[in-house]
Ligand binder design. Structure first.
Ligand code: G
Ligand code: G
Ligand code: NA
Length: 255
């Protein structure tokens, strides 16, 4: 109750912050920053940070999620502008709720903003969870197609947990799979999980998709993934979600 009241205040007063977690590329033996994922944050004066896992669901129930996703997109565009001014060309991935994906009018507005930003050299990609797409495939396919037509990349989030069918996977207009961090978490201790990770990487490569391994926390995980020819990573091992200033500083310094 208290949190949903605070959520309303936060929306009215735009109290959300956005953090940016680097996504790392490994090429020719060199690690570099490939992009960032924008992650929304909300700080309660008494309870501290409220996890998006709590307030995103709540905002969806309240029918207000589009306001949060739009605030995050605006902030990400501002961040992108600073990156461009710093002379770099780096993508920013923004999460979209499945509710947004069901709303053709909102999607049109979002696409419009992203396309305009691209003319300034700002590259925004969209992250959508596999479960959302799998559950609402018929309702969202036109909107996904609209992103594709506008050449906006879609990253399939939490891949491996959302039950999309293999035939869907072949048809979806996505550029990237993000292997869910539960797999990365389990792969060093469970050989079957390790096999799954190897299989997902092969599958992605066969489908000519980019693959990001999420939730990398140790060097051992990284080495294992590199042995499987994985070349995109995100996780605390490289960097936590960073404040905008820290993210820009890291870009300047390099990873
Ligand atoms: O850092 P982490 O606790 O940020 O994020 C938890 C979950 O909340 C993630 O799985 C992420 O997909 C979701 N999330 C984070 N930021 C946003 C956002 O701006 N919009 C939506 N719809 N989901 C988000
Ligand atoms: O599913 P999505 O890509 O939106 O996940 C982002 C979430 O994962 C955020 O909550 C972020 O803080 C969290 N996260 C990012 N890297 C790591 C990591 O290395 N370990 C753990 N446990 N969580 C991570
Ligand atoms: Na995400």
């Amino acid at each position: 109750k208290e949190i949903s009241a605070y959520l309303r205040t936060a929306m009215m007063e735009s109290l959300f912050e956005v953090y940016y977690q680097p996504q790392i590329k490994y090429e020719n033996g060199v690690f570099s920053i490939w992009g960032f994922e924008a992650l929304v944050r909300l700080r309660h004066p008494n309870y501290g940070m409220i996890s998006p896992d709590v307030f995103i669901g709540l905002a969806e129930e309240l029918g207000e999620i589009h306001r949060i996703d739009e605030i995050v997109l605006e902030k990400a565009l501002g961040f992108g502008r600073k990156i461009v001014n710093g002379g770099q060309e780096i993508g920013i991935a923004v999460n979209l709720s499945y509710i947004e994906l069901l709303n053709t009018e909102h999607i049109r507005r979002i696409i419009d903003k992203i396309v305009k930003a691209r003319r300034e050299g700002i590259y925004i990609a969209i992250e959508i969870t596999e479960s959302a797409i799998a559950k609402y495939i018929d309702e969202v396919s036109d909107n996904l197609e609209a992103f594709r037509k506008a050449s906006i990349e879609i990253h399939l989030d939490d891949f491996g947990t959302g039950y999309s069918s293999l035939s869907q996977l072949a048809e979806l207009p996505i550029s990237t799979l993000k292997i869910d961090r539960t797999f990365i978490d389990g792969m060093m201790t469970r050989s079957k999980v390790l096999s799954l990770v190897e299989t997902m990487l092969k599958l992605g490569s066969q489908l000519e998709l980019q693959i990001i391994a999420e939730g990398i926390e140790t060097e051992a995980q990284l080495e294992q993934l590199i042995a499987f020819a994985c070349s995109r990573f995100q996780g605390y091992f490289f960097a936590k979600p960073l404040k905008e200033k820290e993210a820009i500083a890291l870009l300047q310094k390099g990873i």
